[in-house]
Write a protein of this length. Sequence first.
Length: 383
Amino acid sequence: MALSGLRVLELAGLAPAPLCGMILADFGARVVRVDRAPRSAVAADAQGRGKRSLALDLKRPAGAAALRRLCRGADVLVEPFRHGVMEKLGLGPEVLLQENPRLIYARLTGFGQSGKYAKSAGHDINYLALSGVLSKLGRKDENPYAPVNLLADFAGGGVMCAMGIIIALYERTKSGKGQIVDASMVEGAAYLSSFLWKSQNLGLWNRPRGENLLDSGAPFYETYKTSDGKYMAVGAIEPQFYEQLVKGLGLDSNKLPSQLSFSDWPKMKKMFASIFAQKTQTEWCSIFDSTDACVTPVLSFDDAASHQHNKQRGSFIKNDQEEISPRPAPLLSRTPAVPSFKRDPFIGEHTEEILLEYGFTKQEIAKLHSDKVIEFSKPKANL
Ligand SMILES: C[C@H](CCC[C@H](C)C(=O)SCCNC(=O)CCNC(=O)[C@H](O)C(C)(C)COP(=O)(O)OP(=O)(O)OC[C@H]1O[C@@H](n2cnc3c(N)ncnc32)[C@H](O)[C@@H]1OP(=O)(O)O)[C@H]1CC[C@H]2[C@@H]3[C@H](O)C[C@@H]4C[C@H](O)CC[C@]4(C)[C@H]3C[C@H](O)[C@]12C
């Protein structure tokens, strides 16, 4: 796999860093999740695929020293705490990069390593708000609306951080040097929205929220309820595709207002809604499936995993616990990701094997264990 041989240490965090670690693991990196000791009852990481777990108390000097030693043998460290936490533990980048100048030290935070909010708590919705993006999301006359925690936590956070790590690793092949990746989710979400910023002069966003082309203003970029209580998604932007939408709905475009007549959009939406409400989702699929009308069913997770197109591509996978999840993307032709099919690790499940692998002796491990700096856990104990 593309990242095989890469050694990654991921300090356990909430949602974004676990995705970052999972991406690296899916593409072949050996990812160790450093969990807290004493451990909490359950792991908060639902994205532990392909990782191993080491439970280590970083607040104890011997625990911090152990992490320093692990970092000497690692390529990448991912840390998910607000600015200052790692420094307080004596594990800041100036220490770890001095000991291992090749280390990529990735800091995945909400607000970044500097600025007024650097030390403040926050979550996805706060980062999205500060990026400017949240102000664009939501329907007309409604409050701004954050689409789950996908945009800042995962797209602007976990994925952007993984990209920063890969870029830094590529650079390291030339310079031989590691560096700090300061991945702020505010900036990640903002960067992700570059199109919104840079297309403002095109007149795409001149109208209030929920009245523009792509923000639920247009009748041809909307979801519509079907007679069986499901939904269809319509994205017929270009005139030639819009024409096919109109035809599929049984309408005559000569008798309709022009596609871009903003003032007619609310009326057009009502008309489209009443037509979509007359047939089931399956019936609409059979009308639109083989056209370029850009009309697709809105699928539940279950339906997405069993949809013919997704099945043909193998877009979803099942692990040995029968859990279904998306297959890693994108697909690389020669060295595709090969995700683990095993269950996620229990906290501390691999503590001993990881320490041995990183050069700790059995005696050192026994001492750390008796001093309660590390924890082992047998799978059964966590059930
Ligand atoms: C998915 C749910 C989570 C919701 C996500 C939410 C919407 C987000 O936006 S996540 C993004 C949060 N922001 C960041 O990550 C940015 C950077 N981080 C921060 O800003 C902060 O960390 C913080 C604000 C998020 C939290 O602040 P906090 O004060 O708690 O932490 P820090 O200041 O960073 O300091 C950390 C302290 O901890 C010490 N530490 C760290 N490691 C160690 C160690 N190894 N040993 C010792 N000590 C350690 C460190 O020294 C710091 O100490 P000090 O404070 O003294 O300095 C999920 C939420 C709940 C999940 C569910 C739940 O867990 C139950 C199930 C579990 C199961 O496994 C899976 C399903 C669950 C239902 C699970 C599902 C989901 O994961 C959740 C719902």
